[in-house]
Ligand binder design. Structure first.
Ligand SMILES: Nc1ncnc2c1ncn2[C@@H]1O[C@H](COP(=O)(O)OP(=O)(O)O)[C@@H](O)[C@H]1O
Ligand SMILES: [Mg+2]
Length: 255
């Protein structure tokens, strides 16, 4: 379907040069939530390690489909880059999973076409120190290039009421970057990844995470709506409305 708006479909960019902070986990989980909400979600895997592609390969065909485009591969001979990156038809949300160590200029380029930028951060001293440096650089690029995409932090693998979590909150206050969602340190995230699923598809203990995922998706959708990008009227009526309490996703049993 043709769109008058060049910024369509909206893009959610997930960045943090630090490995292991949860970029791929955030990307795959978001994609499954959009898929369950009836949206065509496509993951752009910029990581040569291909974690998102491997995750998809483990995903059951009985679950709502998610697309993965390998954005990291060099184009094969005779294949143009635009062909390689071609979007599955009717893609409604793009989620960009990026590798560790991505250069700031490249991040700036990706940010230019993004609707929102999510930075997952682990509440450890090392990660928070690295995140402070990274967020400062990100905010600078944002200002210099006059980008529109709001930046938000996602606290990942959190054990609430720990001193580290309190330090993370203080750090974010000082950095003037909002903390939009907080996900717990739970083994279900590892299980879900192993099974090509999102945590909410596992049910059971994972259900306690539903509220935070709902808050995150609602925040993203609010940013997209504010930017006037959701111009696709044939799918984005009632279906896309973000519910406060998402419908249970479990159509499989926990392992
Ligand atoms: N909230 C969480 N609780 C427990 N394990 C997690 C959580 N988020 C991520 N993980 C695990 O941490 C590891 C690194 O996460 P990953 O998403 O691959 O990070 P990145 O893509 O930033 O390198 C993976 O094994 C993943 O399953
Ligand atoms: Mg990754």
């Amino acid at each position: 379907m043709a769109h008058a708006n060049d910024n369509y479909p909206p893009r959610v960019l997930i960045v943090n040069p630090k490995g292991g902070c949860g970029k791929t986990t955030l990307a795959t989980n978001l994609a499954t939530i959009y898929a369950h909400r009836g949206l065509v979600a496509t993951l752009f895997d910029h990581d040569p390690q291909g974690s998102s592609r491997e995750w998809l390969a483990r995903r059951s065909s009985r679950l709502p489909p998610v697309n993965v485009v390998e954005a990291h591969q060099q184009p094969r001979e005779g294949m143009t880059r635009s062909f390689q990156l071609r979007l599955p038809i009717d893609t409604e949300r793009i989620i960009e999973d990026t590798p560790a160590g991505l250069e700031p200029t490249r991040i700036g380029d990706l940010m230019r076409r993004s609707s929102v930028v999510l930075v997952p951060v682990l509440p450890s001293s090392i990660d928070m120190r690295a995140a402070a440096v990274f967020l400062t650089a990100l905010v600078k690029i944002h200002e210099q290039r006059q980008l529109r995409a709001p930046i938000a932090v996602i606290a990942n693998r959190v054990r609430k009421n720990t001193l580290m979590f309190k330090k993370l909150m203080k750090f974010l206050d000082d950095a003037h970057v909002p903390l939009v969602a907080t996900f717990h340190d739970m083994q279900v995230y590892v299980h879900a990844t192993d099974m090509g699923q999102g945590v909410l598809e596992l049910g059971g203990r994972a259900a306690r995470e539903a509220g935070q995922w709902s808050i995150l998706v609602r925040w993203i959708e609010q940013q997209i709506a504010a930017q006037g990008e959701d111009t696709d009227t044939h799918r984005t009526g009632e279906e896309v409305q973000v519910r406060d309490q998402p419908a249970p996703l479990s159509n499989t049993s926990p392992p």
